[in-house]
Structures are given as structure tokens and as C-alpha cells.
Design a protein around this ligand. Structure first.
Ligand SMILES: Cc1cc2nc3c(=O)[nH]c(=O)nc-3n(C[C@H](O)[C@H](O)[C@H](O)COP(=O)(O)OP(=O)(O)OC[C@H]3O[C@@H](n4cnc5c(N)ncnc54)[C@H](O)[C@@H]3O)c2cc1C
Length: 350
């Protein structure tokens, strides 16, 4: 199941850090009567997806998506597919017709609606290969290496793999709990650096089913956004160019980043990372905190006490709760400071 390691980590920290047990729901514990499940049952007849038998990977129908997200919110997908390989992806893209398509990474920057996602949801959980880095030397400077990884590789694993080969460039991304595909789409970053700085190429299956590689020069990397020359399609792999460094120094930096995160972020409670982008020259968290909104809640969704730019799910939060809380914060911040906060999290579904 997706996010298992991440959930185990959350549970571990929850149990060891606070002494208070926080129960994370498993897929089995979600009621079968979720609103979207009932309403959309009739619309998801198998005749909508007559091509599903061609898929070699797994196919789940009406699967509740909450357990596939770090904030543990979201209704059912009409169809959730775990493709086995690129050919499966091509089968999906060439046969899905007008059905909408959504790509699920590790679900760590995602708010899925309570009624779930219509159409086809694709997870690249099985795209987890990472190659041994290929070293080369430029005329000047240290040795460099190209590391190729599939889109489903977790960022934490990617950083560990780079460290094993004494490669520097991704250690600041080590605590970002998502997949490489999600990190590329979001141009994930921390400590003033982002993944775009080390991307050499990105390979996608385009919406018409062709495999296409975009070189660095074809892409532009903005704050929490990578811009592709045409529709992204599905990212299947990326090449990163890293520099050789000192393994102990890299490991020390990783330890520092992880320690700082556990001090400053609410890792013990389900959340979806930063809710808002930082406005120019300021921090969204600072603005929200300055208005005394830490702890403010709508239903079971609350502004984290630890970091005001995080919304936590205190147990039974719905997407509707989170959305109302987001709107409340945006309204308060706009009225009191004049700043229009833009969301960083991706919303999907109904
Ligand atoms: C505790 C915590 C801390 C965080 N800290 C940071 C941080 O410091 N910096 C930061 O930038 N982010 C941070 N995040 C947010 C999140 O981890 C990143 O945005 C991450 O890169 C999202 O990756 P994901 O695989 O979870 O993508 P998802 O959340 O599953 O998806 C995000 C978007 O990417 C798309 N997508 C995913 N995979 C693919 C693919 N293969 N092809 C095409 N589209 C795809 C999805 O459709 C969606 O639009 C944090 C989140 C949490 C929970």
C-alpha cells in the first residue's frame, strides 16, 4: 500500500514523541458508506472501463483514497490503477477516452475531495528502480555523476542512495516525504534549494501515449512549480546531475535537516505539508501565526500549533473542513495584512 513507510514513521514518532497514542485509520476502517461511494456507484459501471482487463498491474475499483494521502483525507477513486510498466501506462492513456486522469504520487501535498476522484487514478508505486550513478568529469571541478531514478522512488530513498555514492545536491530534500515524480511536478525544495537545480532530464509518457524526454533546457523551474513545454502527461523517470562530495559532511547535513524538521513541523499528526506558498519576502506561517490563528479549527482540521502553515487532521477531518479552514485563513490574512495567500497543496476530485 502507498505511504506505508511514511505512516509507520508518523505512528512511530507519534508514539515515541508525545507519549500520547494517535490512531491512524487503515483502509479497512473507512466506512463503505462514504458519500462519494454511494453517489457514484452507479456511474462507475464496468462498461466505462472496458479496457481494464488489458492492464498487467493491479486495478482497484471504488478504492477510498484517504489512506493514500499523508493527511488521511479523500473519498473513492472510480478506478485506481497500479501499472506494472510503461506499456500499462500507454494502455491507460490510449484507451481511457474522455475519462479524466489523475496521477497520484505519495499523496503528501494533496487534498482529495470527500466524494473522491472521478475517472482514472494512476499510482506509480511500482516504478521504483534507481540506477547506480554514472560518474564523469568536466574540464574543471569535482567529479560529477548522473543518477537515474523512476518516478515512484521516494525522495528519502533517493537522498540515501546519493549519500551512499558520496553525491551532494539532494541532501536538503531528504525530509520531503514524497516521490520523485511529485517532487518534479511541485519543484519541491527546502533551505532555499529545489529539485529543479539538479534535474538533467525528465521522461514522461505524454497524453497520447508516446514516451518523451525533456532536457533541462526544455523545462523551467519556478517556486513550487515546474513548467513543461506541453502537457506533462505522466512522469516516469528523471535524471539528476550531482557532484561528488564528502560522505560524512553529506550525512551530517541530512541529520541536521531531519532534526530541524522534527523540531519545527507537526510530524506526529497527519498533514499535507505547507498549505500556502510563501508570499514574496515573507513566510505564510509567520503571517498566520501573527494573527493568532495557531490552533484555530474547523471540525477536525486545525492550524498546527507547531507550524502555522500546516493544517493537521486531528482524527476525522474532511476535505470540506480543510477547505473552509483554508478560506478562513485567506480571508483573515487578506483583511488584516493585505496579502493574498496562494495555496501550495494540490486539490483533486470532488
Ligand atoms: C510533513 C511534510 C513536509 C513537507 N515538506 C516539504 C518541503 O520542505 N518542501 C516541499 O517542497 N514540499 C514539502 N512537502 C510537500 C510534499 O512532500 C512535496 O510537494 C512532494 O514533492 C509531493 O510529492 P508526492 O509524491 O507526495 O506528490 P503528490 O502529493 O501525490 O502529488 C502532487 C502533484 O504531483 C502530481 N504527480 C505526482 N507524481 C506524478 C507523476 N509521476 N507524473 C505526473 N504528475 C505527478 C500529482 O498529480 C499532483 O498534482 C511536505 C509534505 C509533508 C507532509
Amino acid at each position: 500500500m502507498l505511504n506505508e513507510a511514511w505512516k509507520r514513521r508518523l505512528i512511530h514518532i507519534a508514539h515515541s514523541g508525545t507519549g500520547k497514542k494517535f490512531h491512524l485509520k487503515t483502509r479497512m476502517e473507512y466506512p463503505k458508506t462514504v458519500l462519494g461511494q454511494k453517489i457514484h456507484q452507479s456511474k462507475t459501471m464496468s462498461h466505462s472501463f472496458p479496457w481494464l482487463h488489458k492492464i498487467k498491474g493491479s486495478v482497484l475499483k471504488k478504492e477510498i483514497l484517504a489512506p493514500y494521502t499523508s493527511i488521511q483525507i479523500g473519498g473513492p477513486a472510480d478506478v485506481l490503477i497500479f501499472p506494472e510498466d510503461v506499456r500499462d501506462l500507454q494502455t491507460i492513456l490510449r484507451n481511457k477516452g474522455p475519462q479524466p486522469l489523475f496521477i497520484l504520487g505519495e499523496g503528501t501535498n494533496l487534498l482529495i475531495g470527500d466524494r473522491g476522484i472521478r475517472g482514472v487514478v494512476v499510482s506509480l508505486e511500482r516504478f521504483r528502480n534507481i540506477k547506480r550513478p554514472l560518474f564523469f568529469r568536466k574540464e574543471t571541478g569535482r567529479r560529477r555523476a548522473v543518477m537515474t531514478a523512476e518516478a515512484g522512488v521516494k525522495m528519502s530513498y533517493l537522498a540515501k542512495h546519493a549519500t551512499r555514492y558520496s553525491l551532494t545536491g539532494v541532501e536538503h530534500l531528504v525530509g520531503i516525504p514524497g516521490s520523485l515524480g511529485g517532487a518534479v511536478i511541485m519543484n519541491a525544495g527546502a533551505e532555499g534549494a529545489d529539485i529543479g537545480q539538479v534535474i538533467r532530464s525528465v521522461t514522461c509518457v505524454t497524453l497520447d501515449g508516446e514516451v518523451q524526454t525533456f532536457n533541462r533546457g526544455d523545462l523551467s523551474f519556478e517556486y513550487r512549480k515546474t513548467i513543461f513545454p506541453n502537457d506533462t502527461g505522466i512522469i516516469i523517470a528523471a535524471e539528476l546531475e550531482l557532484e561528488e562530495g564528502n560522505r560524512q559532511e553529506i550525512q551530517n547535513a541530512i541529520d541536521r535537516h531531519l532534526a530541524r524538521r522534527s523540531q519545527t513541523q507537526p510530524l506526529t499528526i497527519p498533514n499535507a505539508g505547507s498549505i500556502f506558498k510563501n508570499p514574496d519576502g515573507d513566510k505564510a506561517g509567520r503571517l498566520i501565526e501573527s494573527l493568532g490563528l495557531k490552533g484555530f479549527s474547523v471540525g477536525d482540521a486545525g492550524i498546527s500549533i507547531k507550524h502555522a502553515n500546516f493544517i493537521v487532521n486531528k482524527g476525522g477531518a474532511t476535505a470540506a473542513d480543510v477547505t473552509r479552514l483554508i478560506e478562513h485563513v485567506q480571508k483573515e490574512v487578506k483583511e488584516k495584512t493585505g496579502v493574498a495567500l496562494q495555496t501550495e497543496i494540490v486539490t483533486a476530485g470532488e
